[in-house]
Design a protein around this ligand. Structure first.
Ligand code: RIB
Ligand code: CA
Length: 315
């Protein structure tokens, strides 16, 4: 039986690769995409999500537009990383598929109330505004969530949008605080592991040698890579968001520790920091599996195999 998931997303080139990986994998049943503002504004992220679905040959997939701003703060976006559209690097046709009717938060609540308790996994790969809003509006859905596997945070790797904070958490720290305190089973893919999921030139060229889906992945990676190359001197683009889907497909690719992770919302310099108690010194209860390592070659082998299969299927 395929594992039911909802991807909450702010596409974003790496979001796009995560969504393609999920749609390429028969082990997963994607019930829909809930879209949030983050990398770019909601007008672009909801359009990008539909373009990605059509690229994957899935114009049937429900795409719901969600929150266009954080719970309490002004939206911070990342055009400097992802380009003006959020999917720069590849030109795709305007989406023909419509948005699904209804706000993404209502979609999250209605789906979790309809599906069997413990059968739906949430995969947030952008700011946590939609998820937190759903949990606040309908607390009864929290125990119905099987697991939350999210991309966000950092500890030993420190921040990428401020010296202390990773982008997804920093955009909406209050939302992150609600999700991390919710009691739902939580697996966190922080920069500590996603900065190890770096693409290589050879891998990108393998993608470029495939059909239109692989070629799109190569184009997005070329664009997305330049930011990390300039900032960190890294050779390759960190595939942050696909780490969540790869975890669902093969958790053995990763290693981490069940620890306490708190979200800083008040610090003068540290707002949005994930305070990860890796050495268990706080005495605070563990609330998240915090991932630090990935088997990089096996991760990219999985990605290559699945993108190739999707390319062949989508034609
Ligand atoms: O910090 C990386 C995260 O921020 C990724 O999800 C990327 O898509 C951006 O949303
Ligand atoms: Ca993202």
């Amino acid at each position: 039986m395929a594992r039911k998931i909802i991807i909450d997303t702010d596409p974003g080139q790496d979001d796009a690769v995560a969504i393609l990986l999920a749609l390429a994998s028969p082990e997963l049943e994607v019930l829909g995409l809930s879209v949030v503002a983050g990398n770019v504004g909601l007008d672009h992220t909801q359009r990008n999500a539909r373009m990605i679905c059509e690229l994957a040959g899935r114009p049937d997939l429900p795409v719901h537009a969600g929150c266009d701003a954080p719970l309490q703060r002004k939206l911070i976006t990342a055009e400097h990383v992802h380009g003006k559209t959020g999917l720069d690097g590849v030109t795709l046709p305007e989406p023909a598929m419509p948005l699904a009717p209804g706000h993404a938060v209502d979609f999250l609540i209605e789906t979790l109330r309809r599906e069997k308790p413990g059968s739906v996994t949430l995969v947030p790969i952008g700011p946590l505004t939609n998820i937190a809003t759903a949990f606040r509006r309908a607390p009864d859905i929290v125990p119905r969530v099987r697991e939350i596997v999210l991309m966000g945070g950092a500890y030993f790797e420190v921040g990428n949008i401020t010296p202390a904070a990773e982008f997804n958490i920093h955009v909406d720290p209050e939302a992150a605080k609600i999700v991390f305190a919710s009691g739902a089973a939580l697996t966190v893919m922080p920069l500590d592991v996603t900065h190890r999921a770096l693409t290589s030139r050879a891998w990108v060229e393998t993608m470029r040698g495939m059909g239109r889906i692989g070629q799109a992945v190569a184009g997005w990676t070329d664009f997305f890579e330049r930011y990390d190359r300039e900032k960190y001197g890294s050779q390759g683009a960190p595939l942050h968001d696909p780490c969540t889907i790869a975890w669902l497909l093969d958790p053995e690719l990763f290693s981490g520790r069940l620890i306490n992770v708190e979200i800083e919302t008040r610090g003068e310099y540290t707002q949005g920091m994930t305070v990860a108690d890796w050495w268990g010194v706080s005495g605070r209860p563990a609330n998240a599996t915090f991932i630090r390592e990935v088997k990089r070659d096996a991760f990219f082998a999985l990605l290559t195999e699945r993108i190739r299969a999707l390319d062949q299927r989508a034609g």
